[in-house]
Design a binder for this molecule. Structure first.
Ligand code: TTP
Ligand code: MN
Ligand code: MN
Ligand code: MN
Length: 389
């Protein structure tokens, strides 16, 4: 057996946040085959089917033994999330090394187009289907529909700093501008980011931040923190070391940092910028919101060679929300979903990136570490590298 999970985390536990899910699991190719079935449902907008297959993949990702026909029958089939339909598919995989439905999906022109469209920043499943249903099937079709020329400096580069404000406004609430940028930069943005470059980006962002506000703290979250060798973007959660009064030092810093990085030529596009949201009913009196910027970033030229555009997400949290933000942005998506479900259904807490609230008395919790987040929620510690559910 490949991976040995810490003994306290049972692979049979009901919630993904109670299980150990390594980056590469004992049945990796089976998990990937079933993920194709999930992808097809997701692209077609079948929410129930998507979740069912997502849960199935999650159970397999936490299953510590190589699955054999006898294990399937005697053990795996008894785990909730693996229904009869899925058992048939797994049995087929064990016999033939593939699932025929997955092969059919991969060969389908509609699936291919929707998949390809969905790789573009700004194009989700709904837009992908609309475009396909309007007769478009290739990225070149999208280029002409969205007015992307082979070379489009206005979108590829942002040379004039004076238009940054209007560009921010134009991108906010205008999904088609995001898609134009996504299409124009697709050759860059489709390339994965190695860990070393993630660290270089993090270091340069923090250097800029230090020049604006001394004493900030940060954690690189997302897939990088879960141990992925290559990431699709860089996610950084930022706060301030001062537990008292640190919130004031963080407020408004997101916009300041983005402007600073833009002036330095590091941030080239701002796809989304949000500051404080109105407080939520359960968390009055508490600075409960996160400031967030979704940007495109490019490292400075090195040895006369220009670097490629990368996606960079910056999340600012008040000190009391720092560890819930780190937990909430580490992922995976399924892990986060089950964390919220577990907190709500099993513990009577509301958990999200902005904090933890006990429902019956609205008490707020301010965890001082990520371990404390798990303790408050009554969960065993799960290392970030075991959250690849
Ligand atoms: P992503 O950056 O989308 O995904 P990832 O880092 O797991 O993998 P990669 O970037 O390599 O594809 O999201 C990171 C985490 O942040 C994810 O667990 C969910 C969370 N998240 C939010 O809470 N809100 C958001 O709006 C987004 C986009 C992500
Ligand atoms: Mn680093
Ligand atoms: Mn990410
Ligand atoms: Mn991200």
């Amino acid at each position: 057996d490949a991976e040995v999970a810490p003994s306290s985390l049972s692979h049979k536990a009901r919630y993904a946040c109670q299980r150990a899910s390594p980056l590469v699991c004992a049945n990796q190719s089976l998990a990937e085959e079933i993920d194709i079935l999930r992808r097809a449902r997701e692209l077609e907008g079948d929410a129930v089917g998507t979740l069912a297959y997502e849960r199935a993949v999650a159970v397999i990702k936490a299953y510590p033994h190589v699955i054999s026909p006898s294990r399937l029958e005697s053990d795996l089939a008894r785990i909730s999330g693996i229904g009869t339909k899925l058992q048939v598919k797994i049995a087929e995989y064990l016999k033939k090394g593939q699932i025929s439905e997955a092969r059919e999906i991969l060969a389908s022109p509609r699936f291919r187009s929707l998949s390809e469209f969905n790789t573009i920043y700004g194009i989700g499943p709904v837009t992908a289907r609309q475009l396909y249903d309007n007769g478009m099937s290739t990225l070149e079709h999208l280029d002409s529909y969205y007015g992307i020329r082979a070379h489009n400096p206005a979108i590829e580069e942002q040379a004039d700093p004076n238009i940054i404000e209007s560009r921010w406004l134009s991108i906010k609430g205008m999904p088609e501008v995001t898609i134009q940028v996504g299409l124009a930069l697709r050759r860059d943005l489709s390339q994965k980011i190695p860990r070393e470059e993630v660290c270089d980006m993090h270091a340069i962002v923090m250097k800029g931040l230090e020049s604006l506000q001394h004493g900030c703290v940060s954690t690189i979250v997302g897939g990088y923190r879960r141990g992925k060798e290559e990431s699709n973007d860089v996610d950084i959660v930022i706060s301030h070391q001062d537990w008292r009064g640190g919130g004031e030092k963080i407020k408004g810093l997101c916009t300041k940092l983005v402007k600073h990085l833009y002036d330095e030529g590091l941030v080239t596009h701002v796809m989304h910028l949000s500051s404080f949201r109105p407080h939520n009913a359960l968390r009055t009196g508490h600075w409960d919101s996160l400031e967030k910027a979704l940007t495109i970033f490019r490292l400075p030229e090195a040895d006369g060679k220009s670097r490629i555009h990368r996606r960079l997400d910056l999340i600012f949290a008040s000190p009391e929300a720092y560890w819930t933000a780190v937990t909430g942005w580490t992922g995976s998506r399924m892990f986060e979903r089950d964390l919220r479900l577990w907190a709500k259904d099993e513990k009577g807490y509301k958990f999200d990136s902005t904090g933890i609230t006990r429902r019956h008395d609205s008490r707020l919790f301010y965890p001082k570490s990520e371990q404390e987040v798990f303790e408050i929620l009554g969960l065993e510690w799960v290392d970030p590298t075991l959250r690849n559910t």
